[in-house]
Write a protein that binds this ligand. Structure first.
Ligand code: NAD
Length: 476
């Protein structure tokens, strides 16, 4: 049984109301521990603590902060097994995924630890009578509100650049997956990060998120999550003129042209909608397939999907759905599909079997003959459900891909380099991946067009979202 509490000022703290909620194991649907249900007072304590720690952290030379973050990265790698086991247990992710995800977590600290040494302002020449320059100042206390689908990775990409640029952090993980982030904060402090610089408050987002956003000492929030909570946060931010980065959902198009390497594309398209059981913001859930190869390609795709291994084991390709609410939500789309006349080509129900017990498992599901105006093609499901939509030519593919309120990721499969560049330029999405369907790199910016959000995480670009630019104009 795990018991998860907030980590504030370098200490574990029970919630002021001493209220806890059950954490349910997605692999078994049985209780696996308790998570603190923190209150507004706990959030206030965390923000005050981060505020008190800010001046000393800000005033370190960037290279000194960088050295501390490199120690944090080293400690993350040393604790890979522990962090991986915690995240795998609370999310249900197959064990084989965890070494890569913990490595990615460490990479964020390494990347921003180095980058902060070359981050600077510029001198603006205004002739001999002036010395004019810009500098980048941290905001102060920054908030990171985080989802449950990849807890350590999502947290590190928001927290590492915030810390590197001299901000202090109050992070709020999802109430469903808080244990690994609390452990990360503890490891960071043990590795030399001053207590109070990185705090974690555990509890329900609909209660704690608005308290964070309304607190006068909270200066910037990075939010990763769904559209509804993002909109609620946006209302508060508008009142307070609080800078936000919003990393929201997607309904990403993955486009297969007739000149693609079809076996590779079938493999990539399968992973695109089943990685993490489809609980992936950039999941390629609208598969656009050129009519001339449609039937042949669907055959290859279904072979790949049929070979997937869903279950609790270390080497499974897909684990369970992380939360019960999400498990139920995904099932509701099977009914919607039926009502709209769709029949699954494979899957279409809860996965069952001796090994799966009462766990929250869903069969990887493919619907063919989907129209882009159907509910399944328009709404983010956040589960392993794929819509296959045929298209005629390049223009048709672009029209269909861009006919969405979301614009997070997209994939292109083609050997025609001219076509690849034309389509990449025309797609309304923040990240385009060609001839594979991957999550990109720590070094590549990530973020959305349209309702998928604004601002960018990852890459050099993130630094400009955790600092504010100041001009200094000196008359000589
Ligand atoms: P969610 O919006 O329910 O929760 C996200 C976080 O917000 C949680 O910590 C939650 O406690 C908190 N929260 C809930 N209500 C809030 C409110 N009113 N104010 C402030 N915070 C609040 O999302 P989720 O179900 O945890 O995650 C799934 C969603 O996240 C999907 O839509 C997915 O696409 C998106 N996501 C986006 C990215 C990206 O990079 N764009 C990455 C991962 C997940």
């Amino acid at each position: 049984m795990i018991r998860v509490e907030s980590y504030i000022g370098g200490r574990s703290l029970p919630p002021t109301g001493l209220h806890y909620v059950d954490k349910i194991d997605p692999r078994t649907a049985q209780k696996m521990g308790e998570v603190a249900s923190s209150s507004a007072e706990d959030v206030t304590l965390a923000i005050d603590t981060a505020h008190a720690a800010f001046p000393a952290w800000r005033d370190l030379r960037p290279a000194q902060r960088g050295r501390v973050l490199l120690e944090v990265a080293r400690a993350i790698r040393q604790n890979e097994a522990r962090l991986g086991a915690l995240e795998s247990a609370e999310t249900g992710k197959p064990g084989q995924e965890m070494a890569g995800l913990v490595d990615l977590t460490a990479q964020y600290f390494e990347f921003y630890a180095g980058l902060v040494n070359v981050q600077d302002g510029e001198v603006i020449n205004q002739g001999p009578d002036y010395h004019v320059y810009t500098r980048r100042d941290p905001f102060g206390v920054t908030g990171a509100i985080l989802p449950w689908n990849a807890p350590l990775h999502q947290a590190a990409r928001a927290i590492a650049p915030a810390l590197a640029t001299g901000n202090t952090v109050v992070a709020k993980p999802s109430e469903h997956t808080s244990a690994s982030l609390v452990e990360l904060a503890r490891i960071a402090v043990e590795a030399g990060l001053p207590a109070g610089v990185f705090n974690v408050v555990v509890g329900k987002g609909s209660v704690l998120g608005p308290v964070m956003a309304n607190h006068p000492l909270m200066r910037k929030i990075s939010f990763t999550g769904g559209l509804t909570a993002g909109q609620q946060l946006g209302h508060i931010a508008a009142q307070r003129i609080l800078p936000l980065t919003l990393e929201l959902g997607g309904k990403s198009a993955n486009i297969v042209f007739d000149d693609a390497d079809l076996p590779a594309a079938a493999h990539g398209a399968t992973r695109a909608f089943t990685w993490n059981s489809g609980q992936w913001c950039c999941a390629g859930t609208r598969l656009l397939v050129q009519q001339s190869i449609h039937d042949r390609f669907v055959e290859l795709l279904l072979e790949q999907v049929a070979a997937l291994k869903v279950g609790p084991d270390f080497d499974c390709t897909s684990g369970p759905i992380t939360t019960q609410a999400q498990f139920k939500k995904i099932q509701s789309y099977f009914a919607i599909a039926r009502d709209e006349g769709l029949v699954p080509a494979i899957g279409g129900k809860v996965a069952q079997g001796a090994q799966l017990g009462q766990g929250w498992y869903i069969e990887p599901t493919v619907y063919t003959g989907v129209r882009n105006d159907m509910t399944l093609a328009r709404e983010e499901i956040f589960g392993p459900i794929l819509c296959v939509i045929p298209f005629k030519d390049e223009a048709d593919a672009l029209r269909l891909a861009n006919d969405s309120e979301f614009g997070l990721g997209a994939g292109i499969w083609s050997r025609d380099i001219g076509r690849v560049h034309r389509v990449a330029a025309g797609l309304e999405a923040g990240r385009i991946v060609v001839n594979e369907y991957s999550g990109g790199f720590v070094q590549t910016p990530c973020g959305g067009f349209k309702q998928s959000g604004y601002g960018r995480e990852q890459g050099i670009e993130a630094l400009s979202h955790y600092t504010q630019l100041k001009s200094v104009i000196i008359r000589l």
